[in-house]
Each structure stands twice: as C-alpha cells, then as structure tokens.
Design a protein around this ligand. Structure first.
Ligand code: NAD
Length: 276
C-alpha cells in the first residue's frame, strides 16, 4: 500500500508511476495553473496530469522550472487531442506539447479518446515516440474493453496505462478486470466526481470515523483499489487535504461499502458516444 506521495506503481515496462498526482483540467493558463502546480510540488506532489486540450501546458512547464525540483524527480503526463489523431498529426502534436512544456521528454503520453478509424494510427505514432526515447511510457484514455481489444490486435507495444472516469458511482469493474489481466495500470479521472459525491452518507460516516473529509476517503479508496488518482484543485488547502491520505486505512468492509455505491453513473462523456 502506498505510504507517501512519492510512492509508485511499476508499469509493465518497468517505469515507476506515482500513485497520486494533480489534475489540471479547466485550470487557466498563466497565473492560475502556475500557482496550482507550484503549490502541489511544494507540498510533495511529483505527478502532474495535463493535456493539449487543457491549453495550459506552457504554465505547467513554467511551474516545473520555477519549482526548483529536478525535472527527473517529476512525472509529467500529457495527451494527444482528438483533432490531432492520425500518425503524422499525432507526431506533430507531440512536438507542440513538448515545446510548450519546455521538456526534453514526457513521462506518460496518452491518446485522449478512442477516435474511431484513427486511434490505431495514433498508437503507431506513440509507439514510435516510445522507441525513440521521447516518452518513458505510453497509454490510452477512455478506452472500453472493446477499444482495448481492437488496439491490442494491432499494437506492437501494449499500453501501460488506461485513464478513465472512475469514482464510487462508476467503478468500471469490467474494464478494470481486463486491464489487470493485461498488466495495464488503471488511472482515475474525475475521482471526486467533480464534487458530486461529498453529500453521500456512506462516505461521510466513514470519513467521520477517521476524522477525514469525504474527498480524502474517496481518494484513499482509489489507492486501496490499486487505481492511480489525479484529483484537481487550484486551492492550496485542498491540494494539501487531498494528499493527506497516507495515514489511515479503510477496512475491507468499508471498501466493500464504497464499492457498493456504484451506479454506473458518469459526470463526463461516455467513450462509446463522444462527439468531442
Ligand atoms: P475531480 O473529480 O478531480 O474534481 C475536481 C473538483 O472538485 C474541483 O474543481 C474542486 O471544485 C473540487 N474539489 C477538489 N478537491 C476538493 C476538496 N478537497 N474538497 C472540496 N472540493 C474539492 O474532477 P476533474 O478535474 O474532472 O478530474 C481530475 C483530473 O483528471 C483533471 O483535472 C484532468 O487532469 C483529468 N481528466 C482527464 C479526462 C480524460 O478524458 N482523460 C477527463 C477529465 C479529467
């Protein structure tokens, strides 16, 4: 069980990925993202999740430089956006991202969504980037089992990570099981269901017992389910709060209770019907 923000899971290629990080979706480019990322790093975070779509890679890069922490001690994820999918355009999109971030390499590069008819070619581009040593790990996001199966029939390199919406109302059992069998690490986006789980009585009862907040219980539940998690906040107090989850442990019974809250309910888009 991870015992600090620095603890890692080992991906199937041997690369170590932190269990916990900061997400920066909808965090504004410029001062807002720079101060959020710097606050996170100052408080011990070593993993940051951005994407070309978020239009804040410049700020993430600046915050990394200004943090004073050696680049190699950090784990930076970014993603290729849907309109850039395809072999050549994904390679081009990578150059843009890495330039904005001001980095020599990316730790984890993901296909943001499984764009039909394109994600195989995009994957070939990610494989090239991986073989060329431009990225330490490659993966996907929002891939259901059928997307993964299609990818695996064409892939030379298996994805190391699948990042998808995951929280107590969406426990993704089928794809989680499949990923475990294939050695693909699951990573949760919107782990807090964007604030829509904080009134849940089951979670709050457990939180009271440990003198923790609902957010902390949910994020701890992610880790105990062996899911990497990247909650977003721009407020330093919450950035600290979200990461203060290494000093308590949910019992099996509490884990089962939270698992039982599943409703297959999304706060984001369904990968089978997206139009992004
Ligand atoms: P989240 O579940 O992390 O919720 C974030 C919201 O919860 C914040 O805006 C804040 O208002 C609130 N919050 C955070 N900590 C809190 C606390 N301690 N107490 C009270 N409120 C708190 O949602 P998210 O930002 O959608 O997801 C997290 C990250 O996942 C994103 O920032 C992004 O990096 C990634 N993501 C990826 C995809 C994808 O398609 N791959 C999609 C969405 C998000």
């Amino acid at each position: 069980m991870p015992s600090s923000l620095k603890d890692t899971t080992t991906l199937h290629n041997g690369v170590k990925m932190p269990w916990f990080g900061l997400g920066v979706y909808k965090v504004q480019e410029g001062d807002e993202v720079i101060s959020a990322v710097k606050a996170a790093i100052k408080n011990g975070y070593i993993s940051i999740d951005t994407a070309a779509l978020y239009q804040n890679e410049d700020g993430v890069g600046r915050a990394i430089k200004e943090s004073g922490v050696p680049r190699e001690d950090l784990f930076i994820t970014t993603k290729v956006w849907n309109t850039d999918q395809g072999y050549e355009s994904a390679l081009q999109a990578f150059e843009t991202s890495i330039q904005k971030l001001g980095l020599d390499y990316i730790d984890l590069y993901l296909i943001h969504w499984p764009v039909k008819g394109k994600f195989i070619d995009t994957w070939k581009a990610l494989e090239k980037l991986y073989k060329d040593g431009r990225v330490r790990a490659i993966g996907v996001s929002n891939f259901h089992v059928h997307h993964l199966k299609e990818l695996l029939t064409h892939a030379e390199i298996k994805p190391m990570v699948n990042q998808l919406e995951y929280h107590p109302h969406l426990t993704q059992l089928e794809v989680h099981e499949f990923c475990k069998q294939e050695g693909i690490q699951l990573e949760a986006w919107s782990p807090l269901k964007r604030g829509k789980l904080f009134d849940d009585p089951v979670i709050n009862n457990i939180a009271k017992k440990y003198r923790k907040t609902a957010a902390q219980v949910i994020l701890r539940w992610d880790l105990q389910n062996e899911v990497v998690t990247i909650p977003k906040s721009v407020k330093e107090q919450r950035i600290i709060e979200n990461a203060t989850i290494f000093d308590f442990e949910l019992t099996m019974e509490e884990m089962k209770k939270i698992n039982g809250l599943n409703r297959n309910e999304r706060v984001g888009t369904n990968p089978d019907s997206f139009d992004l």
